[in-house]
Design a protein around this ligand. Structure first.
Ligand code: UDX
Length: 445
């Protein structure tokens, strides 16, 4: 199939490249000329394991190209994928300006029948609206199909080739058949539905996953007070197949480009039809509060945070990505600085992105976890990069002012901490203090 992909963000680029790998002829389009020229040179604007290799191979074999000429790409293609951003407006609603504009440009370029497949996450009713917008601008026949995207950053290529399901929303049986053919080799779980239900499936999925996270985080907070261990509780409930093990990792809450935006958007979608989505509002609220549990744990140990030096391990919203959008680290570092602490921050790949969002004289940027820990009063582990588990705790203890480790992702286990001399706090698990550690801290408390 000849495919044009409009928008080379996470979803557009990964989908385009993967369809090329499946032997389709793909042209990726973006308005940003610098992005297109980098992609033409084989440079990837995002960090995503496995993606560069696929871009280089498929471009070299002539199945994948990049252009800023939307009209030419549309004319050459049978299928046009809309994968432009739908960022949040200040109200929380999704901003549909970009997707509407892209649909207009596609309509103006159409010279024959096209299937227009939307992959952007859009509020219920948007595909119907786009249908109208396009029909007003062209006499050419077309079909709209909604195929929401469920890929995760950091495992985007793997997820695209191994989806749990493909959701296809459309009113047109012929277009549905063509889109089924396009995905047939990826999975047997293909759900065909109407446009509105397909749009809702995407929001409901993300809202449900966010709910699982906030749920386990609240259970963790209670575990801390009653002396239970949330990781045991999560394992125990997860074996019930109606609950499942996934997304029950307690921590400092979710971040990223999807959950925060899509939960707010769904609250707005409900609000627009006079429905208050109380449960989801609480999920968002719990998630916000959870970030500050790191601050409370430091306060429990040190009292006032003024004058402390805190090492921050991890800035990305999760490991294996350089994405810092809505990362818990933003709120946590801002709060530390506000309370007069100095911060020594590090991240294996997200530091440059983070500095664009937040820079301050109170923050020292460090090469790695060891440099950040030097002379620090405490380490706050915010992103579970594997390398943060590889340090010798005894060695770390020697370079730190005080041996305090606040593990916001429950990366360490009790055996690792045995005899380490660290004061260790995690999320929803019994605290560990060795006698040596408490003595070290005595003058401060
Ligand atoms: C998410 C959805 O998983 C994906 O289907 C959708 O297409 C886009 O949004 P992504 O944002 O890339 O993907 O990351 P994901 O791995 O889902 O993690 C989201 C956040 O939840 C991260 O901040 C992560 O740290 C947090 N999380 C996840 C937890 O705190 N606990 C968990 O058990 C799982």
């Amino acid at each position: 199939m000849k495919i044009a992909v409009i928008g080379t963000g996470y979803v557009g680029l990964v989908s385009g490249v993967c369809f090329a790998e499946l032997k389709h002829e793909v042209i990726c389009v973006d308005k940003e000329l610098s992005k297109i020229s980098k992609l033409q040179d084989g440079e990837i604007p995002i960090y995503e394991p496995g993606l560069q290799e696929l871009v280089l191979r498929n471009a070299a074999e002539g199945r994948l190209s990049f252009t800023s000429d939307l009209a030419a790409a549309v004319r050459q293609s049978e299928l046009v994928i809309l994968a432009v951003g739908t960022p949040s407006l200040p109200s929380g609603e999704a901003n549909l300006a970009y997707i509407e504009q892209a649909a207009r440009e596609v309509a103006q370029a159409m010279d024959g029948r096209k299937i227009i497949m939307t992959k952007s996450t859009v509020p219920v009713g948007t595909n119907h609206m786009l249908k109208q917008v396009i029909a007003e601008l062209t006499d050419q026949p077309f079909d709209i199909v909604s195929v929401p995207e469920f890929l995760r950053e950091g495992t985007a290529v793997k997820d695209t080739f191994n989806p749990d399901r493909i959701v296809i929303g459309s009113d047109d049986p012929a277009a549905v058949q063509a889109v089924i053919e396009l995905h047939r080799q990826l999975t047997e779980n293909i759900i065909v539905t109407d446009l509105r239900s397909a749009e809702m499936i995407k929001y409901a999925s993300n809202a449900f996953l966010a709910t699982k996270i906030s749920f386990i985080n609240e259970i963790a907070n209670i575990c801390e007070k009653v002396g239970a261990d949330v990781s045991q509780v999560a394992a125990g409930i997860g074996y019930d197949h109606r609950i499942g093990h996934a997304f029950l990792r307690a921590g400092i809450g979710y971040g990223g480009s999807c959950f925060p935006k899509d939960t707010q958007a769904l609250i707005q979608i409900a609000g627009n039809v006079d429905y208050e989505f109380k449960l989801l509002k609480s999920v968002v609220d719990v998630n916000h509060q959870q970030r500050f549990s790191m601050i409370h744990k430091l306060e429990e140990i040190f009292g006032d945070l003024k004058g402390l030096t805190v090492a921050i391990w991890g800035l990305a919203f999760k490991p294996n990505t350089d994405d810092v959008r809505d990362a818990p680290a933003i709120d946590i570092i801002r709060e530390l600085v506000l309370r007069g602490a100095a911060v020594k921050a590090c991240d294996p790949i997200a530091m440059d992105n983070f500095r664009k969002v937040m820079d301050s004289e109170a923050i020292t940027w460090c090469e790695d976890g060891l440099e950040a820990a030097c002379d620090a009063d405490a380490i706050c582990l915010l992103t579970e990069w594997q390398e943060y588990c590889r340090y010798q705790l005894k060695h770390l203890r020697r370079v730190m002012k005080h041996p305090v480790l606040i593990d916001g992702r429950n990366m360490y286990n009790q055996e690792q901490l045995q005899d380490s001399g660290f004061i260790y706090r995690s999320i929803g698990r019994p605290s560990m203090n060795t006698v040596a550690a408490i003595q070290t801290l005595q003058p401060l408390v």
